[in-house]
Design a protein around this ligand. Structure first.
Ligand SMILES: NC(=O)c1ccc[n+]([C@@H]2O[C@H](COP(=O)([O-])OP(=O)(O)OC[C@H]3O[C@@H](n4cnc5c(N)ncnc54)[C@H](OP(=O)(O)O)[C@@H]3O)[C@@H](O)[C@H]2O)c1
Length: 320
């Protein structure tokens, strides 16, 4: 009897201790507003960035700067947003995140345009190349991914932080599930996304520790259907994305866009966006690092289809 009540007491204490983090994880309170604030979205000329810009406008962002290298596409996106959300002032700014002079100019233009308006910087611009790492011809693609996905993102954040600290705001970094688990052929891309996640979590801790009014969030989509880089690659090699999404799950650009808003409103440090729950796999991999050695070798049709898709993209892109 005494043993049972001791166990009950331990159970009650454990539940009480867990209640707080469980509540904050699964039913967090809304702590921030998006309406009336300002935002910058990089990589907003195509793919996921276009949806992020649309959803931010639909949430009532007052001033929105969209950037990428292709001015023509940006102008078309800006016109479309203005048509649907006339209350949002949209500015299309041509800017290459891999060029220091462009990053500085963008930060200056945004500071002038927004004044003291609390600002969200969405670091979405990114590129992906599947590589056979032993090929010397891979070097320009390796540099491009590092320059855009991580060096550009970190330096742009550095350029924006003085104004964000003054006005208050958010930084939302678009990483990837490739930054949480290995894939095939995505070696360098995956490395850049692991780096984005590490940078985001550490910068968030820095801002909180120094009691600065900037919160940092990381949004991690898995494979995205309907638009974006994975969809483009499927079309290039003529193998449908379903070959991989059967096993790996998928999401749509709108899901990532909604996750950006949710991350801001509920102050999530990180959000995974995928139709299948993948966090148990990530947890298993953290405890048993050999897990993925076996996963990619399982003699299952879905695993073979997934490997065939990745092999074909890697061969195709390595030859380009
Ligand atoms: N699609 C997916 O399955 C998927 C999955 C997980 C994570 N993600 C991440 O989501 C983000 C958006 O990807 P996406 O699928 O939408 O790709 P996307 O359709 O290829 O769009 C990439 C965007 O980045 C811009 N960009 C590329 N290089 C740039 C540079 N040097 N400077 C400024 N802008 C640049 C492109 O515009 P310009 O060419 O006009 O510059 C474009 O607007 C990326 O960070 C990607 O890693 C995508």
């Amino acid at each position: 009897m005494a043993g049972l009540s001791f166990c009950n007491a331990i159970g009650v204490v454990l539940l009480a201790v867990l209640a707080f983090p469980l509540c904050y994880t699964f039913i967090p309170p809304q702590v921030h507003e998006v309406k009336g604030k300002c935002a910058v979205v990089t990589g907003a000329s195509t793919g996921i960035g276009v949806q992020i810009a649309h959803v931010l406008a639909s949430e009532g962002i007052s001033k929105l700067v969209i950037t990428a290298r292709s001015k023509e596409k940006l102008d078309a996106v800006a016109a479309n947003i203005t048509k649907h959300y006339p209350k949002t002032q949209v500015f299309a700014e041509k800017s290459d995140v891999s060029k220091p002079e462009d990053r500085t100019a963008l930060a200056e233009t945004v500071a002038k345009t927004f004044g003291s308006c609390p600002t969200t910087l969405v670091n979405n611009a990114g590129v992906e190349s599947f590589l056979h790492m032993e090929l010397q011809s891979a070097k320009p693609k390796i540099d491009q991914m590092i320059d855009i996905n991580i060096r550009g993102l970190i330096h742009l954040t550095n350029d924006f932080l003085p104004m964000l600290i003054k006005s208050g705001g958010h930084i939302v970094n678009i990483a990837s599930l490739a930054g949480k688990m290995p894939g095939i052929g995505v070696n360098v891309y995956s490395a850049t996304k692991f780096a984005v996640i590490g940078f985001s979590l550490n910068l968030r801790a820095d801002m909180r520790h120094r009691k600065l009014d900037v919160s940092v969030h990381c949004v991690m989509p898995g494979i995205v259907k309907e638009a974006g880089m994975a969809d483009d690659m499927g079309k290039q090699i003529g193998l449908p994305l379903e070959s991989i999404t059967d096993l790996a799950g998928f999401s749509r650009p709108i899901d990532t866009a909604n996750a950006v808003v949710e991350a801001i409103k509920y102050d999530h440090p990180e959000l995974i966006v995928n139709s299948l729950p993948v966090w148990p796999l990530i947890a298993i991999h953290s405890i048993f690092p050999r897990w993925f050695d076996f996963t990619f070798e399982l003699p299952l049709p879905s695993v073979e289809r997934l490997n065939a898709w990745f092999d074909k993209v890697t061969d195709y892109q390595s030859q380009k």
